[in-house]
Design a protein around this ligand. Sequence first.
Ligand SMILES: Nc1nc2c(c(=O)[nH]1)N[C@H]1C(S)=C(S)[C@@H](COP(=O)(O)OP(=O)(O)OC[C@H]3O[C@@H](n4cnc5c(=O)[nH]c(N)nc54)[C@H](O)[C@@H]3O)O[C@H]1N2
Ligand SMILES: Nc1nc2c(c(=O)[nH]1)N[C@H]1C(S)=C(S)[C@@H](COP(=O)(O)OP(=O)(O)OC[C@H]3O[C@@H](n4cnc5c(=O)[nH]c(N)nc54)[C@H](O)[C@@H]3O)O[C@H]1N2
Ligand SMILES: [Mo]
Length: 788
Amino acid sequence: MASKAPRNNIDESQLTVSKPKTKAVGIPAVANALKISLEQMGPLRSVQTLMAVNQVDGFDCMGCAWPEHEKRNAAEFCENGAKAVAEEATRRRVSPEFFARYSVADLKTRDDYWLGQQGRLTHPMVLDEGATHYRPIGWDDALELIAQELRDMDHPDQSVFYTSGRTSNEAAFVYQLLVRGVGTNNLPDCSNMCHESSGSALVETIGIGKGSVSLKDLETASLIFVAGQNPGTNHPRMLSALEKAKKNGAAIVSINPLPEAGLLHFENPQTIAGTLVGTQLTDDFLQIRAGGDQALFQGLGKYLLDAERAGRNTPGLSTVFDHDFIRQQTVGLDSYLSQLEQVEWDDIVEATGLTMEQINATGERLLASGSTIVCWAMGLTQHKHSVPTLRDVVNVLLLQGNIGKPGAGVCPVRGHSNVQGDRTMGIFERMPDAFHDRLDQEFHFRSPRAHGYDTVAAIRAMRDGKVRLFVGMGGNFVRAAPDSDATEKALANTRLTVQISTKLNHSHLSTGKRALILPTLGRTERDTQRSGDQRVTVEDSMSAVHASRGRLKPASEHLMSEVAIVCNLAHRVFTDADGHPLPGTPAADWLSLRDDYSLIREHIEAVIDGFENFEERIQHPGGFVLPHPPRDSREFKTPSGKAHFTSNALEYLRVPPGRLILQTLRSHDQYNTTIYGKDDRYRGIHGGRRVVLVNEADVTELGYADGDMVDLVSEFRGTERRAENFRIVSYSTPKGCAAAYYPETNVLVPLDSVADTSGTPTSKSVVVRLEPARIKTAENQVPAALPH
Ligand SMILES: Nc1nc2c(c(=O)[nH]1)N[C@H]1C(S)=C(S)[C@@H](COP(=O)(O)OP(=O)(O)OC[C@H]3O[C@@H](n4cnc5c(=O)[nH]c(N)nc54)[C@H](O)[C@@H]3O)O[C@H]1N2
Ligand SMILES: Nc1nc2c(c(=O)[nH]1)N[C@H]1C(S)=C(S)[C@@H](COP(=O)(O)OP(=O)(O)OC[C@H]3O[C@@H](n4cnc5c(=O)[nH]c(N)nc54)[C@H](O)[C@@H]3O)O[C@H]1N2
Ligand SMILES: [Mo]
């Protein structure tokens, strides 16, 4: 299979910058999706594959966790979904010959783009201790290496099992059972770096860590906030829902330091009118300072309080506050209100960088709305004070009774397509005891109750030599995690690293003493086991569970499904020579589960609430929706049985003199650490990624000019971290706030800089200074793959 993959890293000297766009999607998006699909898949496979995306009997798009509409279009995908699909369904292959040709040392000099472009992994591979190259290994020998490592451990907590959010419910369920059977809760996942702050704040306040709205709610709300989210790139199908909401009369307020194209103006490629005229989506754009959202929501709380005292009212109520709801279903109002009274407007203005007029106008929008939804993503979850920020979002919604009523609620927009489902299945380092009790009952063993490591704790434990085995179920740990150098060293401290992957990435190159690559099926591919072709299930951002079935011939005959890898390993570790479970291990018939995934679904049904008649209900197109007590019946499963107002001291980021707050974010041509292409079309960046977007006045004040090359130096508790060679781009961002792409900048995110309570790395607030680039010669203009 001839590979047309690029032979070089991104050549940053080709970078050009043009004016950012104010419109998203439209015809250029369709053209770009087709171009990438054709390059990777060829014409026939492109049509076959793209027509099956998100169809009733097709596969679930792995682009994001946005729900599908009940009435599906023939093409129920978006530009970036098409790119995600093309990346997996590519015809390019990374075979044993590839690994014989390139040493690990050589591959380490390649960037994320180059590695990803080489294609799909085809064979299990091993890197022996001291070896320079990976060599092929049989599946049995590979699994035996892991089993041996598990047997050699002094304590189960010497193993760490990471999960990325693409893993299906079935694979996640058997995986967590394997891990708990081993005797540990060391189950860090990508969610720790993503929506953990949302989970923390929502569990505390409304008793469940999931969003409370449906698509219908979104389409019928009167006011929608989109805060800290760039849907035009990361959840493009959400724009269609916002467009419908808009047509139904909703007002949309965007809260973001950057004027993101998709939020401002949307051209729907699926309607003629859309491609010609488009919809102005945002009514008000609040260009907030990074980390100013808590202040804004406290300000809005104060505004509502003043309006309540002035005798005004919310539509449908005689007062501003929903007193019946507050009295019957909440606690903590008084201390929240008295905290609000202590907050000074001057601080709110300073923290947000907004004017009083803007804040008042937003308060008026709330007063005019009988049903309000707040949507958010990483701009709200990746700060030190993210959990209090989200608690304050909930406070404002509770005041007007906006939780558990039609057209209203909280909408944390998830990232990975099954990250929410993985958590439902028990991928969490600290599941509640009730889950453990049910698991133990079903499988007749005692699962460990002591909490395990989350992502940051796992890195620290590896660094400190406490971990012998690291297993990654998907994902790209070394590039997704903070503090790239520290994480790489931590992994090097283990005896064995195992990556269960579809595509080559840097986590295959930053290894322990030995390493395994276990190639697995992607979601687009047919998964045939002894009982026949299998389906898997996933849960979207709005708690709908449905089946997904791949149709394509697997990329190689040597691939094993995630479920089969886990079950084969568990069988090896947990059963004696006669196939009987060893004492103290889960009583599961691992090989039968491997052969027929519906048997896994039976166990899920027995252990997890809301999965009654699981098998039957996934026969229905669109599947079923899991229970959500606040949404369904305004019940709050908190210890008090009520929703909680909370009082949170105001926190915000103060920019030290000569420094900037750097947020690390996604370009339009990437999926997390997978780089599809070199452009960020909507922001006007073409042909390169090493740019730092800086406010024009800051550029001048700091003594630079647009286009200058700088190093970014992060400062944290007396330590410094450096990312080299970034081109300054003057950009519309509040003063003191800068932006650059992840994962090139992960080297700057200090391991110990995490959100309070949730432990999420503060990827959206890194304090940096700019220094003239140290490397200036022409040949050094192209930086090595990994920043130093
Ligand atoms: N195509 C594509 N789709 C994806 C992904 C991808 O990489 N590519 N990733 C998936 C995943 S795992 C996730 S979690 C989601 C991520 O989806 P997003 O959260 O949209 O992703 P980011 O690029 O991190 O963008 C964060 C947004 O928050 C804004 N922001 C930054 N700091 C602040 C702040 O302090 N306050 C406010 N109000 N805004 C702020 C930024 O300007 C930016 O618009 O997307 C998912 N979908
Ligand atoms: N600085 C900074 N860091 C961040 C963020 C940020 O905004 N800024 N965002 C954070 C967020 S929100 C997230 S979710 C994490 C993402 O962290 P991860 O989920 O770990 O990273 P991905 O880049 O999504 O993982 C890509 C890899 O997954 C593998 N893969 C793809 N599909 C499959 C599959 O079906 N099965 C298996 N087994 N493997 C598969 C491929 O080998 C691919 O190389 O990064 C976090 N890190
Ligand atoms: Mo994410």
